[in-house]
Design a protein around this ligand. Structure first.
Ligand SMILES: [Mn+2]
Length: 317
């Protein structure tokens, strides 16, 4: 593990930089990539962003002002990536052993880069990226500001989650001072939904089942639902927040069927239950209140396995 100064000095000395985001990209990993890429361009460096999955419509505005550059990369940095597997299989294989720097905020981070800067007190990796950019001597402009704000607001559920600190608000305040329209970003992130998204919500709500005196709710996202609604990755973003919104639910489970089989399981918990610890039983991880893992089984068996572990935790409470 390195400190912030070291991370900044690595980037200061780097040339021809490739920035890697995690697959199924969210606002934080894309916000980091956009902000850092633009800052590096302002420093006169060549930089580009890479992700295994296409950037959905919802986040495309982040990259509108960023020049696309092509070059052989000499320095590779990953942002908001907790585990090399989260780059997706193709990029994970391509970059195994050659990632020079990793900047992340996941407490469960699995070291894979040559140098890693991980600050698990940051609500969003964008908080760290903002500090990196400032220390590189770049004065954040609106392109950087909107990217950082998007990362922070999406990773904190619009400043509502327990990961929010005074620093979160301080950085948000600083980027708002550049004149960006924060209310418009929040409307786009949290209110506006596509028709496909609405259809997804309609079917996933119908799938919810309750366990352990209704302290656990399980929601299913099947391939059939995704196909029927025409939803893309962006339309699915944040659906996993739904089960925990139910009064009395301590553990919200979302089970999403993968294209290649098996289930991607996302846990959202109230503070008394450690989601990362439960997911670690299946080789996954994340944060205390939000974590994930993969279970390579059919729906019934995968549900049985995760419920067994959750049941053990809940029976002690
Ligand atoms: Mn994040």
């Amino acid at each position: 593990m390195i400190d912030l100064e070291r991370a900044v000095s690595l980037l200061r000395n780097a040339q021809d930089i490739e920035i890697l985001s995690h697959h199924f990209p969210d606002g934080d990993t894309l916000g980091c990539a956009a902000a850092l890429c633009h800052a590096l361009h302002l420093l006169g460096k060549r930089a580009r962003c890479t992700c295994a999955d296409p950037v959905s419509e919802k986040y495309s505005f982040l990259f509108e002002e960023i020049e696309k550059q092509d070059f052989p990369a000499q320095f590779v940095v990953s942002v908001d990536v907790a585990d090399i597997k989260l780059l997706g299989p193709v990029l994970a294989a391509k970059h195994a052993g050659n990632i020079d720097l990793c900047i992340d905020h996941h407490g469960s981070h699995q070291i894979f880069a040559k140098e890693s800067y991980v600050d698990s007190t940051a609500a969003a990796a964008c908080e760290i990226i903002y500090e990196v950019i400032c220390r590189l001597g770049v004065v954040p402009d609106q392109v950087i500001a909107q990217a950082v704000y998007t990362g922070i607001t999406t990773d904190t559920g619009c400043f509502r989650y327990t990961n929010v600190t005074a620093r979160t608000h301080e950085i948000a305040a600083q980027v708002i001072r550049t004149g960006i329209d924060a209310a418009d970003i929040n409307r786009q992130m949290f209110e506006t939904k596509t028709r496909a998204r609405l259809e997804m919500e309609r079917s996933v709500l119908d799938s919810i089942e309750f366990y352990f005196d209704s302290r656990c709710a399980v929601m299913q996202i099947s391939r059939a639902m995704i196909d029927a609604s025409g939803a893309d990755e962006g339309d699915l973003d944040g659906l996993s927040a739904i089960p925990r919104q139910i009064e009395g639910v301590l553990v919200g489970v979302t089970m999403r069927e993968r294209k290649i089989g098996g289930y991607k399981v996302s846990l959202r918990t109230l503070p008394q239950v450690n989601a990362a610890k439960i997911c670690a039983e299946f080789g996954g991880g994340g944060h205390i209140a939000a974590a994930g893992c993969t279970i390579e089984e059919d729906f019934e068996s995968a549900r049985e396995k995760i419920l067994k572990v959750i049941g053990k935790v809940l029976e002690t409470m």
